[in-house]
Design a binder for this molecule. Structure first.
Ligand code: NHR
Ligand code: GAR
Length: 210
């Protein structure tokens, strides 16, 4: 049975595109966006995917929006829910319904720089290595079990934009890879650590490369 995937996004959708273009053994059964103008939704429609808009500004509060969002996601009977540039913190009630099958890509080497504006903060701290992390989503923001990471160098003349672009190229490599591992049933969660089945030597740390 192919893995049914629902993608949540808020913006550009380049990670969605990378996932689609990786030709994974998955079926993207819906792409749901909270901003009507999100480019990622336009891309999904172009590809003939089911694209759903749920505009959070039309709901009285986060709990009401998340309840509606959870019902919409559940309707598509996902095996996996993928956050791909989804910019709204998910309420505990939402997480409870999908925990263990919720992945996020975060543009930093967690547990450094959880939250927003990660590239600006990395530059301000003067770190020499930065990167991105795929993790399972839990109630505690950007603190769920880590599935894969990729590192990039920080250059002296970097701006938030040049650094973001270097990190984004790595996001496009490791997110499809992590989703493939999930779909193949190879991610094993042991005491909050994720192991890759048949690969105890941690190939899930992906260094930058070609
Ligand atoms: N929800 C939970 N419960 N746990 C996580 O780990 C989550 C999550 C929802 C989204 C992605 C995350 C990231 O990778 C993510 C992880 C949004 C914010 C945020 O502060 C922070 C982290 C992430 C996503 N959002 C503001 C809010 O009030 C709104 C910001 C905006 O709309 O531009 O929700 O970084
Ligand atoms: C990506 O860099 C992703 O890691 C980040 O937003 C960008 C979305 O790009 N996610 C967050 O910051 C979550 N708070 P995309 O829409 O082109 O995939």
């Amino acid at each position: 049975m192919t893995c049914r995937v629902v993608v949540l996004l808020s913006g550009r959708g380049s990670n969605l595109r990378a996932i689609v273009e990786a030709r994974l053994p998955i079926e993207i059964v819906a792409v749901i966006g909270n901003r009507p103008q999100a480019e990622g939704l336009a891309y999904a429609r172009e590809r003939g995917l089911t694209a759903v808009v749920l505009d959070h500004t039309e709901y009285p509060d986060r709990a009401a929006f998340d309840a509606r969002l959870a019902d919409e996601v559940a309707q598509h009977r996902p095996d996996l829910v993928v956050l791909a540039g989804y910019m709204r913190i998910l309420s505990p009630a939402f997480i409870a319904r999908f925990e263990g099958r919720l992945l996020n890509i975060h543009p930093a080497l967690l547990p450094m720089f959880p939250g927003l504006n990660t590239h600006e903060r990395a530059l301000a701290e003067g770190v020499k290595i930065h990167g991105c992390t795929v993790h399972f989503v839990t109630v505690e923001l950007d603190h769920g079990p880590i599935v894969a990471q990729a590192a990039v160098p920080v250059r002296a003349d970097d701006t938030p934009d040049t650094l973001a672009a270097r990190v984004l190229a790595q996001e496009h490599r490791i997110y499809p890879q992590a989703i493939r591992w999930f779909a193949e049933g190879r991610l094993v969660n042991v005491d909050g650590r994720v192991n890759l089945k048949d690969d105890l030597a941690s190939q899930s740390v992906l260094s930058p490369g070609t």
